[in-house]
Design a protein around this ligand. Structure first.
Ligand code: ZN
Length: 502
């Protein structure tokens, strides 16, 4: 990286030493230097842009000024209402074309758009549906009439049901509503975090019967990689519980089968799309489990990582942090790998909360004490100075998922997202989408838009975008030689993107 004389001065001279209290007009030159020093510290502040990149940066700045002064500013509005505005944005269109590197925080149950699930998967033969007492749905593929279950008394063959219903489009739309949080009236439907999380968990359960059908799972992974690649993403780290997968005759496959399938599908996808780098799995378990169940899950994850070292990246705990066990609660389970003398990298969700000072709020520090490789969300990190320092020193990146934080009601106007502090300090960070299908997004472009335009504001520039994209490879779980391949592939794509936009 080329460092100019000005940058060198800004970096190495302790400017605050020069700052004196004066009564009169502050020294404009000193003011200018201080402003440069601040800009130098932000995410991407040390990225040297080429002349062509600087031209594009100036254009982006101009576009951003225009969007920020418009009557409606998308990052200030709930994403469900802002989505059509974002789709019209010239910045967004450019972000879609931009090579964004890797998606490091996506959950497998929400990888593929619900439109595909409904329009493609539910139209496949042998698909049964059941409407539950709590206004949800379950799906099941079966070669015979399924038996009643505690949550599902009456299964209907979808093909037959559709033939009876006069309005297939309306019916399909109603099915989609069960599988996503997306709605025209987010404030009315989701008045608080409890309500939105309840719908969130329900949608996951509703989708499970479709996704865990073995033939669907193959197509689902392939389609998911395809949606990412269309959004110019070249690598994925997918959090997955590796749910038991079933065949039409009721045969059940184990977790190893799931990983093998994932491996095969990824390989096939790379054969078909040589500019895609690959995908790995972060095995995740739900926080609602008991300590002994998590102990078993940790042991199993160790075994699976041994059996699939190229595919299994590590381990995480998922589910709403506020409702169930904290990391400290599971400390006996989480210290097992160290006790057994093995390494199981952790990728903990932590600090996805606005309940300051509670036990849950301590998850951040505990995640770091358990040597987490990255921090999922880290929404609370800005007010944990020590955890922040530790994460910075150890290069533990925060996986920032702006739209998820807004939809799950941690912040309404994204300009007020605490990650603005982290970005202004150049804290290690990557951008991700968490649950794209549930939030009605695809790929990472929507979240990049919110981070770049809303959280970063006018001072976030092309250097910021470049650093965020490079970070996604830098902070991935890939071994060094594959990271180098990733950097080289990304740089080629980036150069082409700059040429296309100059
Ligand atoms: Zn998540």
């Amino acid at each position: 990286m080329v460092i100019s004389i000005c940058q060198a001065v800004v970096t190495y001279v302790p400017l605050l030493w020069f700052v004196r209290v004066t009564d009169g007009m502050p020294d404009p030159a000193q003011r200018d230097l201080l402003m440069r020093q601040e800009a130098f510290r932000q995410t991407g502040g040390q990225v040297a842009l080429t002349a062509t990149e600087q031209k594009l940066d100036a254009y982006l700045h101009h576009l951003k000024e225009k969007e920020m002064s418009a009557a409606q500013f998308p990052p200030a509005i709930h994403f469900f209402k802002a989505k059509p505005l974002i789709q019209k944005s010239s910045i967004f269109k450019m972000l879609q074309k931009m090579p964004k590197g890797a998606a490091l925080h996506i959950h497998s149950s929400s990888l593929v758009s619900v439109e595909w699930l409904v329009k493609n998967v539910t139209y496949r033969p042998h698909c049964y549906i059941c409407f539950t007492w709590d206004n949800s749905v379950r799906f099941l593929f079966s070669d015979r009439q399924p038996f009643p279950r505690w949550d599902c008394f009456y299964w209907q063959l979808l093909e037959t049901l559709r033939a009876k219903i006069g309005d297939p489009t309306g019916f399909d739309n109603s099915l989609m509503q069960h599988l996503t949080l997306f709605t025209d009236d987010p404030d009315g439907e989701y008045p608080n975090q409890d309500v939105v999380w309840e719908k969130f968990e329900k949608a996951f359960i509703a989708a499970a019967g479709l996704i865990t059908h073995a033939p669907v799972l193959r197509d689902y992974y392939y389609k998911g990689l395809g949606e990412l690649q269309l959004d110019n993403i070249m690598y994925l780290e997918l959090r997955s519980g590796l749910s038991r997968t079933y065949e039409l005759d009721g045969t059940i496959h184990d977790k190893g089968w799931c990983l093998k399938t994932f491996q095969e599908v990824t390989k096939k996808f790379i054969e078909d799309h040589p500019d895609f780098l690959g995908a790995r799995i972060i095995i995740s378990v739900h926080r609602a489990l008991s300590v002994s169940a998590v102990k078993a899950a940790v042991k199993e994850a160790i075994q699976l990582q041994k059996a699939f070292p190229d595919i299994v990246a590590g381990f995480d705990m998922v589910g709403r942090e506020n409702s169930v066990g904290t990391l400290w609660y599971f400390r006996e389970a989480l210290s097992l790998p160290a006790e057994m003398g093995v390494t199981l990298p952790y990728f903990f969700h932590a600090g996805e909360t606005d309940d300051e000072g509670t036990d849950v709020d301590q998850n951040l520090l505990d995640a770091l004490l358990f040597n987490t490789t990255r921090i999922g969300h880290g929404y609370a990190l800005a007010h944990h100075p020590l955890a922040k320092e530790l994460s910075r020193k150890r290069n533990v990146a925060v996986e920032l998922c702006p739209i998820s934080n807004q939809v799950l009601k941690l912040v309404s106007d994204l300009r007020n997202h605490p990650a603005a502090v982290l970005m202004s300090e150049g804290h290690p960070m990557v951008i991700s989408s968490d649950d794209p299908a549930l939030f009605g997004t695809t790929g990472l472009s929507y979240d990049f838009y919110q981070a770049f335009v809303g959280i970063g504001g006018l001072k976030a520039n092309l250097g910021t975008l470049k650093e965020l994209a490079v970070n996604s490879i830098r902070y991935s779980s890939l071994p060094p030689h594959l990271k180098n391949t990733g950097y080289a592939m990304w740089q080629n794509k980036w150069d082409a993107f700059i040429v296309d936009h100059s």
